[in-house]
Design a protein around this ligand. Structure first.
Ligand SMILES: [Zn+2]
Ligand SMILES: [Zn+2]
Length: 139
């Protein structure tokens, strides 16, 4: 599945190819960065058709986040650390021109989710301790 997308102001446009399933993340960084639950969908190839306003911030020792430096839209998350997840990229579901057919496969940091909302559906739910164990494991 390939999809096009853009930021709020239109300065950034992209094509995301070979989309996988989507993940929701409830960690404190994603909630601040996106202003809520961050929904990202994995992509094997994120190509910018307009990239002048794309800026990245190293948000942790293992990943960077891309955003539009004109309107602030949260665009993508990319693993920068070495290891089996190196280069893994997820693009914001909210930026896609058409998000139909994209299923949520898992929720990360389920134990960090504020209790006032819950996502419907039957999918994998991963706790903070499980996330840390996955990423700390030798790769
Ligand atoms: Zn923008
Ligand atoms: Zn997160």
């Amino acid at each position: 599945m390939d999809r096009t997308g853009k930021c709020l102001c239109g300065a950034v446009t992209f094509t995301a190819k070979s989309l996988g399933d989507a993940s929701a993340c409830h960690c404190g960084m994603c909630r601040r960065w996106s202003g809520g639950i961050w929904l990202g969908v994995s992509t094997k190839d994120l190509t910018f058709t307009q990239a002048d306003a794309v800026q990245t911030i190293q948000s942790s020792q293992w990943a960077e986040r891309g955003f539009c430096n004109k309107c602030g839209t949260s665009l993508f998350y990319r693993v920068t650390a070495d290891g089996k997840f190196a280069g893994h990229t997820s693009v914001s579901v909210g930026c896609l021109d058409d998000a139909s057919g994209i299923e949520i496969g898992r929720e990360w940091f389920i134990d960090r989710k504020p209790e006032g909302y819950t996502l419907a559906g039957d999918h994998e739910k991963v706790t903070e301790a499980q996330v840390m164990a996955m990423f700390a494991a030798p790769s």
